[in-house]
Design a protein around this ligand. Structure first.
Ligand SMILES: [Zn+2]
Ligand SMILES: [Zn+2]
Length: 103
């Protein structure tokens, strides 16, 4: 099992290629740009309510056989939120002040 490396921010649809340094993921791999995580979501995943970490960058050089972005390419399937802005705001308000370890 490897990360899917989803291609875009689910909120603003910004491209997040495998080498992006501003991609953030939750434990379910819901994927957002760092700007949306900070300013729109306040570190609350709109899908699961968990917090985010920076997404690691998969090496483009095949340092170990079969393991590189060329051998294990990113997902091409763009993902979009299924909640309205109002629903996300209500969800964020309910959860944002609870530290991720206590959610
Ligand atoms: Zn975004
Ligand atoms: Zn999530």
């Amino acid at each position: 099992m490897a990360l899917e490396l989803r291609p875009n921010c689910e909120f603003c649809d910004k491209d997040l290629p495998p080498e992006a340094t501003d991609a953030c993921i939750c434990t379910y791999e819901c994927t957002f740009c760092a700007d949306c995580v900070e300013t729109k979501l306040q570190n609350v995943c709109p899908n699961c309510g968990g917090g985010f970490s920076p997404r690691p960058i998969r090496p483009k050089i095949e340092w170990r056989e079969g393991l590189s972005v060329a051998q294990k390419p990113p997902s091409a399937k763009r993902v979009h939120l299924s909640y309205s802005i109002a629903e996300i705001e209500a969800h964020t308000l309910r959860i944002k002040d609870i530290p991720p370890a206590e959610r």
